[in-house]
Write a new protein. Structure first.
Ligand code: NAD
Ligand code: IPM
Ligand code: MN
Length: 355
């Protein structure tokens, strides 16, 4: 199979982890007889430094013409004082919006060997397998442009959704639940927010078409608690953009490290951008210690969701699992009998375990 992939390493640890994803994909191409071509582009602070904008039109059109996109991470203290519309994060929000990537899938799955690496009790963590379906192109991130009023004495951010935007993500949640454990938890703040009440109505309307799926409505605050006290109660979680952002970082604690969590952002035609859940980790950038597995597992999601290469995706996941089973890990993870290695060695180990 021939595929053209746009790689956007971005900032901080982005370039270090992107190297890992590319070399793993090259190994897969060799072993399974595919041809993957890569084209590097700029996004975030790196793009701002080069051209004064966090995502230029040329990169956007290359993104639209690629078969899929891999993205590292954007942002960092260097750009904290940049004008708000030109911040690195705006480049990421723009590419999501322009490509219509409304469905953000964030699987939270515990690797058995890493159960002791979580700060939570082993009895709580074991067996966790959750899929977050986070709405990604609406909600609090994309309301009317935020503004300061009254000479800087008041401020407005808006949480806006159209019915259609809620319907399509809720539909995605039901479909995902049907393919998994038939349970859908819809997370909102319906005791306060009108947008959440509309969200609940839509979930209830849709549930009639999915009688096999058990639906639970849950408030976001108590969900934050239950997620780490009873993670095994969750199967698919569907939620608003900002709620999903926060809950998925919290859920990373169950797995042992945020450096393990991949994600897929898909549009209605199935086109996808793949990136780790974590950010540019400026505190460890350039030290050769970042965990490359979230990025490598994002590449596996790309093979599965964009190219329908399930066997190849599973080969990567199995290699990651075997490396961890043998106790090889980066310094963000800590468990008895393991061996801490550098980013480069971790990448090399995964590649050598691909069968
Ligand atoms: P972060 O996810 O970058 O880092 C949080 C903590 O986790 C840090 O201590 C970091 O060292 C650690 N960490 C993260 N990924 C790791 C990995 N793969 N291996 C080992 N340790 C890892 O979040 P932050 O510090 O709040 O944000 C830093 C910057 O990243 C900000 O500018 C933010 O806007 C940006 N950000 C970007 C994305 C993205 O590009 N998708 C996501 C989140 C944050
Ligand atoms: C993420 C990040 C982004 C988000 C930021 C960098 C805009 O935190 O991908 O989770 O909030 O969506
Ligand atoms: Mn986030």
């Amino acid at each position: 199979m021939k595929k053209h992939i746009l790689t956007l390493p971005g900032d901080g640890v982005g370039p270090e982890i992107m190297t890992g994803a590319k070399s793993v994909l090259e190994k897969i191409a060799d072993d399974f007889n595919h041809e993957f071509t890569f084209e590097d582009g700029l996004i975030g602070g790196a793009a701002y430094d080069a051209s004064g904008t966090p995502l230029d039109d040329g990169t956007l059109s290359r993104a639209k013409n690629a078969d899929a996109i891999l993205l590292g991470a954007v942002g960092g203290p260097k750009w904290d004082t940049v004008e708000k519309t030109l911040r690195p994060e705006q480049g990421l929000l723009k590419i999501r919006k322009e490509l219509g990537l409304f469905a953000n899938l964030r699987p939270i799955k515990v690797f058995d060997r890493l159960i002791p690496a979580s700060p939570l009790k082993e009895t709580i963590v074991g067996g966790t397998d959750i899929l977050f379906v986070r709405e990604l192109t609406g909600g609090l991130y994309f309301g009317k442009p935020s503004e300061r009023r009254d000479g800087g004495n008041s401020v407005v951010d808006t949480l806006a959704y159209t019915k259609e935007e809620i319907e399509r993500i809720v539909e995605y949640g039901f479909q995902a639940a049907k393919l998994r454990g038939n349970k859908l938890t819809s997370v909102d703040k319906a005791n306060v927010l009108e947008s959440s009440r509309m969200w609940r109505e839509i979930v209830d309307e849709k549930s009639a078409a999915y009688p096999e799926v058990e639906v639970e409505h849950a408030l976001v605050d108590s969900t934050a608690m239950k997620l780490i006290t009873n993670p095994n109660d969750f199967d698919v979680v569907v939620t608003e953009n900002l709620f999903g952002d926060i809950l998925s970082d919290e859920a990373s604690v169950i797995t042992g490290s945020i450096g393990l969590l991949p994600s897929a952002s898909l549009n209605s035609s199935g086109f996808g951008l793949y990136e780790p859940v974590h950010g540019s980790a400026p505190d460890i950038a350039g030290k050769g210690i970042v965990n490359p597995l979230a990025m490598i597992l994002s590449a596996a999601m790309m093979l599965k969701y964009s190219f329908h290469l399930s066997e190849e995706a599973e080969a990567i996941e199995a290699a990651v699992d075997s490396a961890l089973k043998d106790g090889i890990h980066t310094s963000d993870l800590d468990f008895e009998g393991g061996r801490t290695v550098s980013t480069e060695e971790m990448i090399g180990t995964v590649i050598s375990y691909i069968k």
